[in-house]
Design a protein around this ligand. Structure first.
Ligand SMILES: O=C(O)c1cc(=O)[nH]c(=O)n1[C@@H]1O[C@H](COP(=O)(O)O)[C@@H](O)[C@H]1O
Length: 239
């Protein structure tokens, strides 16, 4: 039974496919009551806004994951364009700074309660301590995530993308209303791939994640619908 996730599905499936037919074949097996869909840079670059509209018209909440990072004016316009598509969530990079994030937030004001949730990426879940050092960030990943999450909250955004490993710290520091979206989720026994700071779905929810971004453990499974159902069941048991 997938009961407690019906009204607010926790799983955001990352549709990272190189062809539309494969993505739509997966979507045809899914129910908007049990999951939401994430469209990222690969599919948006290949298939554009029309693909996003198709998913929205099929009744799915869509997280448009384009991680905007540019000058404030450009990001504000991009975020407004995402709102026009009717997406449920859109994101920017927190490292674009407070002024960029405030401009994005202000661009959504005309959409009122139809505005997508506006989220900022903190430190990518694929990054290690050494990689942060290489780009001049001498703080630990957790310290950097917390600093960027504070900046995001102060700019009036709805939440952040972070690793579930940082979720309990952020909930304690920033409060329960500030949403945590956590990729890098791996059910026990599934391959980490390029992800580094990972957790299981149950651990992530227990740590305070509001939504779990899951790609390959579902999309590459022999039976993706069954893989989703198993993850939702495990999540429901842990809620
Ligand atoms: O913003 C994201 O969604 C994101 C942020 C991050 O820090 N790490 C991360 O993996 N993602 C996305 O989450 C998805 C994870 O997919 P899998 O690793 O296949 O589960 C990919 O689409 C990534 O682009």
């Amino acid at each position: 039974m997938q009961t407690s996730t019906h009204n607010d599905p926790k799983i955001l499936i990352a549709l990272d496919y190189a062809d539309q037919a494969s993505a739509l074949a997966l979507v045809a097996q899914l129910d908007p009551a049990h999951c939401r869909l994430k469209v990222g840079k690969e599919m948006f670059t290949l298939f554009g806004p029309e693909f996003v509209r198709t998913l929205v018209q099929s009744g799915f909440d869509v997280f448009l994951d384009l991680k905007f990072h540019d000058i404030p004016n450009t990001v504000a316009k991009a975020v407004a364009a995402a709102a026009e598509l009717g997406v449920w969530m859109v994101n920017v990079h927190a490292s674009g700074g407070a002024r960029m994030m405030s401009a994005a937030r202000d661009a959504l004001l005309p959409y009122g309660d139809k505005a997508p949730l506006l989220i900022a990426v903190t430190v990518l879940t694929s990054m290690t301590d050494d990689e942060l050092t290489q780009i001049g960030i001498l703080r630990s990943p957790a310290e950097q995530v917390l600093a960027l999450a504070r900046l995001t909250r102060d700019a009036g955004l709805d939440g952040v993308v972070c690793s579930a490993q940082e979720a309990s710290l952020l909930k304690a520091e920033l409060g329960s209303d500030f949403k945590l979206i956590t990729p890098g989720i791996r059910p026990a026994g599934s391959a980490a791939g390029d992800q580094r700071r990972i957790m299981t779905p149950e651990q992530a929810l227990a740590a305070g994640s509001d939504y779990l971004v899951i790609g390959r453990p579902i999309t590459q499974a022999a039976d993706p619908a069954q893989a989703l159902a198993a993850i939702n069941d495990a999540c429901n048991r842990s809620l």
